[in-house]
Structure formats: C-alpha cells, structure tokens
Ligand binder design. Structure first.
Ligand code: FEO
Length: 167
C-alpha cells in the first residue's frame, strides 16, 4: 500500500462525507420539488451527482494506491426546512464542513510527506473554493430576492444554461 493506514482511514471518512453530502443534497432537491421549485430541484440533483462523483474519485484513488475502501452507513438526511433560505444556508454550511475535512486531509498528507495524496487532494482544494463560492452566491441571491422564489428560479435557470453553454 502506497499510503499510511491513518491516511487510508481518513480517506474512507471522506468517502462517507461525500456520500452523506450527495444524500443530503438529494433530500434538499426533494424538498424543493415539494415546494414546486423545479429549477432549484434540478440544481440540487446536479450538486448531489457531483458529490457522488467526489466519493468515486476517492474510491478510485484508494484502488490505485492499494488502499482499502470501507463504506459506512449514511444517516437519514434532514428534510424539515422552513424555507428556501434555510435549505441553502444548510448547504453552504455543509460545504464549509467538507472544506475543513479536506484541509485536515491535506495537513495529514503534508505531515506524512505523502506527496502523492497531497497532489491528489489539490483538485479537491480547488473544487471546494468553487463550491463555497457558488453556494454563497446562491444564498445571496435568495436573500436579495427577499422571498420572491420565482425570481430565484429564473436566475438559477439562467446560470445553469450559461454553465451548460460553457461546457
Ligand atoms: Fe464534495 Fe461539495 O464537496
């Protein structure tokens, strides 16, 4: 195995955190669906898919370095949000928590002089900057709209179309 047991265990924790985030965002998408907000539903399904892909990246890395994957159970996600702002605030907090975990992994890699894992984690460091930024933008948008959820839906639809055109 090219990584330490401690790093292997921490990467397994990160796999759980990413799958938990995927499950939470899927639950949030369903909450939006229940509110009749189809664009936010789509935005959060997309987010959920990305989190699953983050977990898969770590699973593939563990396979490459001869580590072992240990999947954990995923807790029941919260669904009793009082409004759109509460959902997006929780999502932003979740991204901050995930960033803290990625930073802990980077610290461990540096402490262990595990430069392979440090290099692998660089993508996640950049991704977290992007995710916190986009979730902060969404929260600001929701707050600016001041309860006009249809305005939020229109703005998010516009953003998603623009991103699709870029890719
Ligand atoms: Fe995988 Fe949104 O962090």
């Amino acid at each position: 195995m090219m990584i330490s047991s401690a790093m292997n265990a921490k990467l397994n924790e990160q796999i759980s955190a990413e799958f938990t985030a995927a499950f939470s965002y899927l639950a949030m998408a369903c909450v939006f669906d229940g509110m009749g907000l189809k664009v936010l539903r789509g935005r959060f399904i997309q987010q959920s898919d990305e989190e699953r892909e983050h977990a898969m990246k770590i699973i593939r890395y563990l396979s490459e370095v001869g580590g072992s994957v240990a999947l954990e159970g995923i807790a029941k996600p919260k669904t009793d949000y009082k409004n759109v702002e509460a959902v997006v605030s929780a999502a932003l907090q979740n991204e901050k928590d995930i960033t803290a975990k990625i930073n802990e992994l980077v610290s461990l890699a540096e402490k262990e002089k595990d430069y392979a894992t440090r290099g692998f984690l660089a993508w996640f460091v950049d991704e977290q900057v992007e995710e916190i930024s986009s979730m902060t933008d969404l929260l600001n948008l929701v707050r600016l709209a001041g309860g006009n959820v249809l305005q939020v839906e229109a703005a998010v639809r516009h953003q998603m179309l623009a991103e699709k055109e870029k890719s």
